[in-house]
Design a protein around this ligand. Structure first.
Ligand code: GLU
Length: 349
């Protein structure tokens, strides 16, 4: 073999090992603005979930340079329409995919309205160290300066990065990486809508260059007490929003309709109008788990500051916002109705 043939052979070998080294990333599409289509490039008027996963991936061919991609459609809805059935379907599919040796991570394209809830749910029930990355967009795919394609490129880059392992589910939006437990949507329309008010983002991703600065410490994925394989149905948990001159009627209705748990988005440090407080105490007495959280958007709801939790039978949400507290309470109740055990879940997850 002459020198030229040897060189060609070596180059082919290097090229094929590089190709083989590309991680395999599965992209699951569920709908949302990222798949939205509008009448005009200059209108926020659009239909969520109008484009298929294949159409969305075709808009970002660059992802094929960083990973071997497979796409799959789970649903095509606005995420405000998310329900238990699709939640369980999505979680079971992610769990199944991540057990395969030839899947290195998943990216979930999702509507931004309820991304924080679903990211936290998956972070608590999937038993895998592999990256689980949520991505969405604030502008529809037909908008001028649509943010979806770069968000998708960045999300695939994060899912392909070994440093994204063992961090629970992540949310990648607007060049930032957020932990599922902490992230929340804090703006209705701005591309910088996602923040983690209590802890800050855990990393950044700039045109695919990934940097992590922190890791979540609360139990998730492998260390979580919950496993999607044990969950067949989810109990009803309602959120009630507190305000001055409140009434107890909504609490009573929630109990009558079969709520097993109630999260109250209290005023300030989880405070309640007296009528609502009385109705919640009655619900708690009847065996409904009541968790006080705050409508302020950040901070912990402290035990027994202005509300006598011990006397009234309430738990507090730690620093989870009401919608995250609902996710954890659903899972907690799917496993136990023991208040002390549920309190422990809130202190550790
Ligand atoms: N309501 C839609 C959804 O959550 C739009 C929000 C979005 O994706 O940006 O799917």
């Amino acid at each position: 073999m002459n020198l030229f043939s040897k060189f060609t052979l070596a180059a082919l070998f290097i090229a094929s090992s590089l190709a083989a080294a590309k991680p395999n990333i599965y992209i699951l599409a569920t709908g949302g603005t990222i798949a939205g289509s509008g009448q005009s490039e200059l209108s926020g008027d659009y239909k969520s979930g109008a484009k298929s996963v294949d159409e969305l991936l075709a808009a970002v061919p660059q992802i094929n340079d960083i990973a071997t991609i497979k796409g799959e459609q789970i649903s095509n809805i606005g995420s405000q329409e998310m329900n238990d059935e699709i939640w369980l379907k999505l979680a079971n599919r992610v769990s199944e995919l991540l057990t395969k040796n030839d899947v290195d991570g998943v990216v979930i394209m999702y509507g931004t309205d309820t991304m924080e809830e679903t990211a936290y749910f998956l972070s608590l029930v999937i038993k895998s160290k592999k990256p689980i990355v949520f991505v969405g967009s604030m502008r529809s795919s037909t908008s001028i300066s649509a943010d979806g394609p770069l968000n998708i490129y960045n999300a695939v880059s994060v899912a392909a990065d070994k440093n994204a392992r063992e961090k629970g589910a992540l949310v990648v939006m607007n060049d930032e990486i957020h932990a599922a437990r902490e992230v929340t949507k804090t703006n209705t329309t701005n591309v910088a809508a996602f923040t983690s008010p209590n802890s800050g983002k855990i990393g950044t991703v700039n045109y695919g260059v990934v940097n992590f600065y922190m890791a979540p410490l609360r139990k998730h994925t492998i260390s979580s007490d919950f496993n999607i394989k044990d969950i067949k149905a989810l109990p009803r948990v309602d959120i009630i929003y507190a305000h001055p001159q409140d009434v107890g009627d909504f609490v009573e209705t929630a109990v009558q309709k079969g709520a097993k748990g109630i999260v109250v988005a209290g005023m300030g440090n989880g405070n309640l109008y007296p009528d609502t407080e009385a109705a919640l105490a009655k619900a708690s007495e009847a065996g409904v788990i009541v968790v006080r959280s705050s409508r302020t958007g950040s901070g912990s709801t402290s035990v027994g500051s202005e509300v006598d939790d011990a006397k009234l039978g309430f738990l507090t949400a730690d620093n989870l916002n009401p919608q995250k507290a609902r996710v954890l309470l659903i899972l907690a109740l799917s496993k136990s109705s023991d208040k002390a055990k549920i309190k422990e879940f809130f202190a550790t997850h």
